[in-house]
Design a protein around this ligand. Structure first.
Ligand code: HAM
Length: 430
């Protein structure tokens, strides 16, 4: 009977059939990042609330409206992390990972929490796969890391993704743009949404990525941030673009890409997928050269991104012809009688030692029933250990796709594993 107890709004269970797609995405990401010299960091899921006020930004939607904040039994204010970057910077400072002149490359995978209106591709608990590079302001980092994320998407088989890049300038040139933007949009104050009316005074750049149709129209009147960049920022952006070209990475410049977090300087970017609908950003990130110092650390430039893993899995499972969700199902060991069960347990153990996925029925009815369980599991082979086989000191190996059978000598595990591997699919020893 279904229970009244349900997952909280905006959260979901990942059931076994979907979990293998998650594992595939996470493992592929880990291996891919390692090729670029990244190492994993795992930080706590909750942090002192002030961390996010000081880093994500006290005027951002995330901090003002979306955080899960609570006081613990000692009256400390804690917050479930809404993004990964602040915790990684805090940990890097706390454990002195940022040594002068060295570049530190870190990645993380895990859940984040934002109190947002749930819709397709947007939930209150979601998972990010993120990276942060500390210690170099060079445009080569920006280009290499953007190339890395696109290569990962290609490896995973993401179809139709596009990279958009922009520069939001630095503390020297952005204030001039801010003023120009306020002046350009002030005449339209009463046509902006209530949030953007506030933003016009507090954080006008955020108007550029408001999703309300009226605001989208008004921002056509906004000047381009690119024409306000100082000479250093202009050159940096030019270098980023030149290096993306050199790496053969296709991109579009989107001068309205400002992103919803306060710490960005210079490069910002997003990768979107046209198959996602309104929440189409698969990944977002950029450069944050002032963040570490603003959190009390030594002046250390930074660059990073986070992929929305839920969206990535969604895109992959919707791609036609892709079957990343199938876990390996190599051999179902079919057996009869007490002697058969013992032999079957040993067989399953030996096959697993060779890297093959094996299952058996601990409480079997008859061979027919076991064969139907083997197909329900999706097994490529059935290894049959019946009375006739036990008498003859042999096993029957049956290929499920076409019923082809071969008799093999009992206990010759190498031969069994070789035969299964030759049948294609899952690799022996993988
Ligand atoms: P963000 O753009 O806020 O950036 O989030 C990155 C990605 O997380 C988004 O592109 C999206 O795929 C996913 N995401 C965000 N909110 C939700 C949600 N409610 N439901 C599902 N997916 C979501 C950051 O978080 C920065 N920390 C990225 C970064 C790292 N910048 C520099 N380093």
């Amino acid at each position: 009977m279904p229970s009244d107890l349900k997952a909280a709004k905006g959260t979901k269970d990942i059931l076994p059939e979907e979990a293998s797609a998650w594992q595939h995405v996470e493992e592929t990401s880990r291996r891919h990042f390692a090729l670029y010299g990244f190492e994993e960091i795992r930080t706590p899921i909750f942090e002192p609330t002030e961390l996010f006020n000081k880093s994500t930004g006290s005027e951002t939607d995330i901090v003002t409206k979306e955080m899960y904040t609570f006081t613990d039994r000692s009256e400390r204010s804690l917050t479930l992390r809404p993004e990964g970057t602040p915790g990684v910077v805090r940990a890097a400072l706390e454990h002195a990972l940022l040594r002068k002149g060295e570049v530190e490359r870190l990645y993380y995978i895990g859940p984040m929490f934002r109190y947002e209106r749930p819709q397709k591709g947007r939930s209150r608990q979601f998972s990010q796969i993120g990276v942060e590079v500390f210690g170099s302001a060079h445009a080569a980092v920006d280009a290499e890391v953007m190339e890395m994320v696109l290569a990962l998407f290609r490896k995973l088989g993401v179809a139709q993704s596009s990279l958009q890049v922009n520069s939001v300038g630095c503390a020297a040139c952005r204030p001039r743009y801010r003023t120009a933007l306020q002046e350009a949009l002030a005449p339209y104050r009463d046509k902006l949404c209530p949030d953007c009316v506030k933003r016009l005074d507090t954080n006008p750049l955020r108007i550029l990525d408001c999703k309300v149709p009226g605001c989208i129209e008004i921002r056509q009147k906004a000047p381009s941030i690119l024409s306000f960049l100082c000479e250093e920022c202009r050159q940096h952006f030019e270098q980023v673009r030149g290096l993306l070209d050199a790496l053969g990475v296709a991109y579009q410049v989107n001068e309205r890409l400002v992103r919803g977090l306060d710490y960005y300087t210079r490069t910002t970017f997003e990768v979107a997928s046209s198959s996602l609908g309104a929440q189409d950003a698969l990944c977002g990130g950029g450069r944050y050269d002032d963040l570490v110092a603003s959190m009390g650390g030594p002046a250390t430039p930074g660059f990073g991104f986070a992929i929305g893993a839920d969206r990535l899995v969604m895109v992959l499972s919707e791609s036609p012809g892709r079957d990343i969700t199938a876990p390996p199902a190599d051999v179902y060991v079919v057996h009869l009688g007490a002697a058969g069960l013992k032999e079957a347990l040993v067989a399953a153990r030996k096959l697993r030692e060779s890297g093959l996925a094996a299952r058996l029925d601990p409480d079997p009815k008859d061979v027919k029933k076991q064969m139907s369980r083997a197909s329900a599991w999706g097994a490529r082979y059935a290894l049959i250990i019946g009375e006739r086989e036990l008498e003859r000191g042999a096993y029957t190996l049956k290929r499920m796709s076409d019923g082809f059978q071969r008799e093999l000598r009992a206990g010759d595990w190498d031969e069994v594993a070789r035969e299964i591997a030759a049948g294609g699919g899952h690799a022996v020893g993988a």
